[in-house]
Each structure stands twice: as C-alpha cells, then as structure tokens.
Write a protein that binds this ligand. Structure first.
Ligand code: G6P
Length: 366
C-alpha cells in the first residue's frame, strides 16, 4: 500500500533508491571469492567447464550481455548469450563442457525455464542460475545458484534486480577466473574492494536526480530517442532504451556507437535526442568521434560522462558528470541515471509507471 512507499511516488522510484541496500545485501557474507558462493560442488563443475551459455529474457538478458564482456576479458572463458525464447526453438551445437547460466528476477519466466530444460536435454548437465527468488522453479531446476538479495521488486520495469544480477554475474566471473588460476590474490583483493565500495558509489550517482529531472522535461516531449554505448556499456545502452520504452512509451533504440554510420545516422536530426554513455575507458576517443558524427547532423547529445573525460557542455551537448570512473564495474553505475531518466520522463508524461500498459512483471506463459 501507499504507506510502504514512504517518500516515493512510485515503487519504481523506491526500488531505484533501494539499490545501494540491495547491492550490499547481495554482497553480504562474501568475504573472498570462491566457487562455493554458487553452491556445493561448484568448484568441481567450474573446473569441468570451458564455456558459458547464458539464457534469459528482457532486462535479465541485458545483464547476461554485460556478463559476456566480463567473462571473456577477466576469466578468459568463452561466453554466448541467447534470448531464451529464441534458443529453445533453434538448432544449436551443444558442448557438454558448457556451464548453462540462466538469469531471472522471478525465477518463473516460462521461456527461460524451457530454454534451460532444452539445453539440458541436448546433453549439457551443468546448470546455474542467478535469481532473486529462492523458492522459485528456476532455483529448483538448477544444480547451482546465486541468490540476489534485491528484495521484492514490484515495479514491472526491473531496476534493483538488474544491478544485483550484475553483482552476482561479476562474482561468477571472478569465481571462474579463480578456479581456472586466472585471478591472482592482489587482483582479487582489488575487485573485492571495488565491490564493497559499490553501494556508496551508487548512492553518489542517485544524488544526480535533480539534474536528470531537468533532462526528463525535454525528453517527455520527444517521440524517439537513441542510446549509444560501446563495449561493456553497449548492453547498458540497450537496458536504458528498454526502460524508456517500457514506461514512457517513447520509441528508443540502442546502438553500439561504432555502428552509427551503418544505419541510425539516417535518423539523426535536431528532433532526435541521443543519450551517450561516456565512461573514461579505452574506447573514449572513438566515442568522441561518434559524438561528432551526431553533432554534424544536428543531433542533440545528452551525455553521461565520467570525470576526466573532458566532454563539456556546449550548444547541442548536455553533460551530466558521473562522480567517479569505476573500471570493470562501471556498467552498474551507468545504469542508474538511465533508470532515473526513464522514470522521470514517464512521470512527466503521466504514464502508469509501475504498471505499464500491456506488460507483466513476470511472464509465466509462452
Ligand atoms: C518481464 C518483465 C521484465 C523482465 C522479464 C524477464 O518482461 O517485465 O522486467 O526483465 O520479464 O523476467 P525475469 O523474471 O525472468 O528476470
């Protein structure tokens, strides 16, 4: 009821603001990295596999898409990510040395459960789920699991479940790297330190809300938006576009910025806001030239830039500065302002934020 909302207008807003707590709860009890965080017998399974297949739907699929970058760069484990409803109906080539990972907030999504069973029927016995509901069908079906502790998520558009899934998937990456002898003690300690600081870092990003509200007033008048990200922030761009679509009903698309010239540049006019995720990483200079391509066509840039990126406000370029650069965990921080942008845009348009039209919190039928 309304009482539980406290100072918030909607559950979605409350859940966005609960993320520091959800992340620290998810990290509770994680002292060091070990396979056993994923259940008894995980060590043997992790030794036994040499690839990962991630199956999920919706926002959970984007968490998986982010994890692919981590798994291949930090654990050096090849990873493919598939939309569950596609995977279950296509011919694929099974490899028994695969760890099949499902990701699900509810643990009840029919397509994801069916995709898991399909993978098993093809001869891939090693299964693990990252799930928010301990009593769910998904947790019962999978041999191994990691429970996110986001708490009950009521808003149909997933927020705290996504960021805690990312935490779980980062831990999985580190655990696989550790098992395979690819993560030294010093590196492990650095990663743990960064994870421990994450709740405070997210809190600092939440403080950007007033600036994001002022952008949302402009967004509310638009009918289309483009989201750009590169590398590990491309899935974050996809998630940002999905959030905007789901609750504000603005058509939004996400592109890896290097693909602009292969299509979406044709859409860019002054009526097209282009949200750009600009972390201070190895792709920054390339991203800046992609931004120039947008500016040259009169597109309006809305940039979430890390400090030290030297991207400044100028006509046609509006910048919100992120408090700090966060290395490998940066996708978690860059997700938060996109959630707030979608949320406040939807509020400005007066939509039913927690229960968007035609959508369900969990899709238990095909
Ligand atoms: C529905 C929800 C989404 C969610 C997706 C997958 O479409 O509206 O927010 O991402 O299902 O749900 P799951 O519970 O499997 O993560």
């Amino acid at each position: 009821g309304a009482a539980e909302l406290g100072p918030y207008r909607h559950y979605m807003q409350k859940e966005i603001f609960e993320q520091p707590r959800a992340i620290s709860d998810t990290l509770e009890g994680v002292e060091g990295i070990s396979a056993e965080l994923f259940g008894d017998g995980a060590h043997r399974v992790f030794k036994d596999i040499d690839r990962v297949l991630i199956l999920a739907c919706g926002t959970s699929y984007y968490a998986g898409s982010t994890a692919k970058y981590w798994l291949e760069s930090l654990a050096k484990v090849p990873c493919s990510v598939e939309i569950a409803s596609e995977y279950r109906y296509r011919d694929s080539v099974p490899d028994p040395r695969t760890l099949v990972v499902t990701i699900s907030q509810s643990g009840e999504t029919a397509d994801t459960i069916a995709a898991l069973k399909h993978a098993r029927s093809l001869g891939m016995p090693h299964t693990l789920t990252v799930c928010n509901v301990g009593t769910s069908a998904m947790v019962r079906e999978c041999a191994l699991h990691f429970l996110t502790r986001a708490g009950v998520e009521i808003g149909v558009a997933s927020t705290k479940a996504f960021t805690t899934q990312l935490v779980g998937l980062f831990l999985l990456t580190l655990a696989l790297a550790r098992t395979k002898g690819r993560l030294g003690d010093a590196e492990e300690a650095e990663h743990i330190k960064a994870l421990r600081h994450l709740p405070a870092a997210v809190q600092a990003v939440l403080a950007l809300e007033p600036q994001i509200i002022s952008w949302a007033e402009d967004f509310a008048k638009k009918e289309n938006a483009l989201f750009l990200g590169r590398g590990l922030h491309y899935p974050v761009a996809l998630e940002g576009a999905l959030k905007l679509k789901e609750i504000s009903y603005i058509h939004a698309e996400a592109y890896p910025a290097g693909e602009l010239k292969h299509g979406p540049l044709a859409l860019v006019t002054s009526a097209m806001p282009v949200v750009t995720i600009a972390p201070n990483d190895a792709l920054l200079e390339k991203l800046k030239s992609n931004m120039q391509e947008v500016r040259a066509r009169g597109g309006e840039l809305f940039v979430f830039a890390d400090s030290d990126t030297r991207i400044e406000n100028e006509p046609g370029v509006r910048v919100i500065r992120m408090p700090e650069h966060y290395g490998a965990l940066s996708p978690i921080l860059h997700t938060v302002p996109l959630q707030l942008l979608a949320y406040h845009t939807a509020c400005a348009r007066g939509t039913d934020v927690d229960k968007p039209r035609n959508l369900a919190k969990s899709v238990t039928v095909e």
